[in-house]
Design a protein around this ligand. Structure first.
Ligand code: G4P
Length: 530
């Protein structure tokens, strides 16, 4: 198959949701459709169970499961679909944000009773930064929830995206009868059947068809007619190009648990979801069908077993064909690298691969060379854009507890922060080290790993900071700013200046008193300035 055909065949996406909305359940149903798994219950939730939040090893065990399910691939209707898994726990949110840089589109799952929740908002912000096309699945229609029109309004208001329903629910909860497919006047009638593999659609002539009254009852038929009239009056017809630009989200209703409403979404997904798209770099846009291979690392997973200190770097291929045992260049260090056992993933297993194409993700054994955002090319020195660090919200000072092991501590901190577990800031003068994380659990992860993998002992002391913001702008003004707040301005690992604001109020003051300085909440500016 030609490279172009391989590219067109691929659809790489992520499923995002607030925990408990049904991401794992939906993933599993998609795999069932793809024939990648045979039974329900085969996909382990990567969700960290609520009861285990204080037990770090338990969390790691569960997180281990997510290595295997980091990427799940299956074939459906002639397409190769790659689902990149995103951690459900909010303390690993940064992992999720970065995974979203490696997808071409997303499916957002919302619970019909709960609507838009905190994580939904954050994840959608990341999608909007990159204009990622979004399909929305309103889940748990077999339970009582909000009125579907209210849900759409909430989605539009809170997520600032236009919506367009493509299926419409007939009642909900115990009285849920199914969905009406607006584009082709067919009905998908609800059956609570968790193992059903394909939907049986009932075709009617149009919404006025009398058969509708017989099938779903007069009351529901009349309500549906009213709803459809309103939808056609209020919503513009679905425009695929607006979806591709990330401005318009088609919406489906269903019940993932009952594998209901999933097929029509998947059928639409394979038709409209984008194949691998061009990727911006600091130099130029990389087109997927360029002959030369390029890719970037969006995730690094460490092996916690002390006998196997290797890590797996997840590389998203952006152009050309990735080949096993071929030399590539790691532009950040100029090193030549060759991989004898790159693997790709199939549902919940992985296998060594000879080739991988744009949109695919390959797992590469790494002994510490890669850091998040690194590229791999055939020689060209380019940096892929759009793999930002986000402003951490929790901070601690690292205090070395064993002066004989300061080298180990330094190495450990460097490597762990390369993996994206945390961000490291250094205060000058004094060399005081402050780490910033998105979720509290990360501190436990770091402490444990420093001790077990690097043989270093550190204490983490509380420091009172609210947010870290990268600073750019007028050099003299920045120098003046530092003079007044020498304790609060630190350097990140790449020696960029970062303001650690003690409170939201102080950050606001700093912004309004220093209009010549820009305070960035993501490190994305670094790449765009390069
Ligand atoms: P997540 O990955 O987004 O965190 O959610 P997950 O799929 O694990 O689903 C969260 C809970 O919601 C699960 O119940 C799951 O069975 C349930 N669920 C998912 N889809 C539907 C649906 O369409 N209808 C209904 N009624 N429930 C749904 P749980 O009790 O937390 O877990 P489990 O014991 O069932 O695994």
């Amino acid at each position: 198959m030609s490279l172009k055909a391989e590219i067109e065949k691929r659809k790489t996406f992520g499923i995002i949701s607030h925990p408990d909305a049904g991401k794992t359940t939906l993933t599993e149903k998609l795999l069932l459709f793809g024939g990648a798994i045979q039974t329900a219950g085969a996909v382990k939730s990567n969700k960290i169970k609520k009861t285990a939040t204080s037990d770090f090893m338990e969390i790691e065990k569960q997180r281990g499961i997510s290595v295997a399910t980091s990427v799940m691939s299956f074939e459906y209707k002639g397409k190769k679909i790659n689902i990149l898994d995103t951690p459900g726990h909010k303390d690993f949110a940064e992992d999720t944000y970065r995974t979203l840089t490696a997808v071409d589109s997303v499916i957002l799952v919302v619970d019909v009773a709960k609507g838009v929740e905190a994580q939904t908002r954050k994840l959608m912000q990341v999608c909007r930064m990159r204009n990622t096309p979004v399909i929305i699945f309103v889940n748990k229609m077999d339970r009582e929830g909000q009125d579907p029109f209210d849900i759409l309004e909430e989605l539009e208001n809170e997520l600032q995206i236009t919506t367009r329903p493509l299926s419409w629910p007939i009642n909900m909860g115990r009285r849920f009868k199914g969905v009406f497919l607006l584009h082709d006047n067919s009905l998908n009638l609800f059956e609570a059947d968790k193992t059903k593999k394909a939907a049986d659609y009932v075709q009617i002539d149009n919404i006025e068809d009398e058969r509708l009254d017989k099938i779903i009852g007069e009351d529901d038929a009349n309500q549906l007619r009213e709803d459809v009239e309103l939808i056609n009056g209020v919503f513009e017809p679905f425009d695929v190009s607006l979806y591709e630009e990330g401005l318009l989200a088609p919406v489906f209703f269903g019940s993932a648990l009952n594998n209901f409403g999933v097929q029509e979404m998947l059928d639409t997904f394979v038709k409209i979801a984008p194949s691998p798209r061009p990727r911006p770099t600091d130099k130029r846009e990389v087109e997927p069908d360029e002959k030369k291979m390029t890719g970037f690392v969006f995730k690094i997973h460490a092996n916690l077993d002390p006998n196997h200190r290797d890590r797996i770097a997840f590389l998203r291929v952006c152009s050309g064909t990735f080949e096993r045992n071929t030399f590539y260049i790691h532009p950040r260090t100029g090193k030549k690298m060759r991989f004898s056992n790159p693997y790709t993933f199939l549902a919940d297993s992985k296998e060594v691969t000879q080739f991988a194409y744009p949109g695919d993700v390959v797992g590469l054994y790494d002994t510490g060379n890669f850091k998040i955002g690194d590229g791999l090319t055939e020689g060209e020195e380019l940096v892929f854009k759009g793999i930002p660090s986000f402003s951490p919200e929790l901070f601690r000072e690292v205090v070395n507890m064993d002066p004989m092991k300061s080298k180990q501590l330094e190495k450990g901190l460097n490597q762990l922060t390369d993996e994206g577990v945390a961000q490291l800031f250094t205060q000058q003068p004094g060399n005081r080290k402050i780490i910033g994380v998105v979720g509290e659990l990360q501190f436990e992860v770091i402490q444990y790993r420093l001790e077990h993998e690097y043989n270093a002992k550190a204490r983490f002391d509380s420091v009172n900071y609210h947010k870290a913001c990268w600073m750019t702008g007028d050099k003299d003004k920045i120098a003046e700013f530092i003079k007044y707040k020498p304790q609060d301005v630190v350097l990140d690992k790449d020696e960029n200046l970062v303001y650690l604001a003690q409170t939201a109020y102080l950050l606001q003051m700093a912004k309004s008193n220093n209009p010549e300085i820009e305070f960035h909440e993501t490190s994305e500016f670094k790449v765009s300035m390069a």
